[in-house]
Ligand binder design. Sequence first.
Ligand SMILES: C[S@@+](CC[C@H](N)C(=O)[O-])C[C@H]1O[C@@H](n2cnc3c(N)ncnc32)[C@H](O)[C@@H]1O
Length: 444
Amino acid sequence: MGAYKNRIIGSGEESLDNILFNPRNWRIHPLSQQDALKGVLEEVGWVQQVIINKRTGNLIDGHLRCQLAAREGNKTIPVLYVDIDEAEEELVLATLDPIGAMAATDKQKLDELFAGIESENENVRKMMDDIAAKEKLAYGENSVGDCERGGLNERFIIPPFSIFDTRQGYWQERKQAWLSLGIESDEGRDAYAMGDAGGFKGSTQARPTNITNGLKPSMFDPVLCEVLYRWFCPAGGLVINPTAGESVYGLVASYLGYRYKGVELREEQVQANRKQNTEMGLSAEWILGDGQDVYDLVGEDADFIMCCPPYVDLEVYSNDPRDLSTMEYEEFLTVYRNIIVESVRRLKDNRFAAFVVGDVRDSKGNYRNFVSETIGAFIDAGCSLYNEGVLLNRTGTIAMQVSHNFPIGRKFGKMHQNVLVFLKGDWREAVKACGDVEVSFPNE
Ligand SMILES: C[S@@+](CC[C@H](N)C(=O)[O-])C[C@H]1O[C@@H](n2cnc3c(N)ncnc32)[C@H](O)[C@@H]1O
């Protein structure tokens, strides 16, 4: 077989109005491919002509490029002209792309190539992520694909990064799996108010039951519970929670084979949690009492402290004077600090503790620095701040809120909470006690 025939007879710019789409074109262009091409054309421009068969006038290659160019307002397009008969045109139309797709990938070379590409173009980045995911490359850092690709999710349930991104598909899937187990964490939380809106704060007036202000409390995320237990609590260990609140902390712990003792001030919350626990055949424990008495109420040393305390008076849970959410800030801090001291006293040496907190504004609209107060209280109680992360909540209605409020008050739309992990004692011993990270889902 001698030299291949050169069927190319010329090139030039062709008006898009003159382009004749090939009636036999079999390619369909999904949105992701359109976006990818658009991204590269925006980033670089034309580097390849479309192919037109002068003999039939038909476009042989470049249908998507022509569509995109027309859609983006281009008038002409670079063209390569070939001169082939109809049968040859059909052969080229049928095989040009599939032959290209038959190429295999030298992953290392592609990885190096990807690693060197800096593009701010959203479409280009998305395309590179998709390609890297498809080719299982080690490309990129923090990208979702990387977490799945690098097996971080398989090894740690979610990537142990300082950003807990609840908006990710893998996170929402896992959350649905927990919810499908029937956890109804807002049971026992419906008779309270937001902040002073409920007018309970400090009032001695009897609190009417079943009064709701229509505000549905946000459930603590079971996936966050799961990973904090799996990462920082020895298997089968005892988890304590000095201001227990809703059931999710205990139900997740029990499902995962941990023991759980939560101290909760409100009778109805304790009853609601116990009811669910029994219905689900689990063994978590809730103790009615004040978190300041956690040491005596729990009565044995714990392996992990898990808590999401009242965010000062963001939500007022009762009119019980011992209730943190009813207190003036100074008194709140004193009691809160004491609850932390007593909880840490109940924690075994060489163990971890996790508090999920979010800063809250005072009546003047300024943040109270509640997160730092929490860190300060733990350090004063003899612990060290070992990890600090951010829990990214789904945006929900924030965009609407800020579009109205930001021009007025220049306040950020709050869509995160702080995940603080503290260490009591030696990290090596603490990690050793935790052992390998178990990732299996209950009943899996
Ligand atoms: C778990 S915490 C807050 C949860 C989360 N930050 C939120 O905003 O949804 C809420 C619970 O703390 C309880 N609580 C308040 N003060 C307490 C105290 N001194 N001892 C024990 N529980 C307390 C309330 O009764 C309520 O059920």
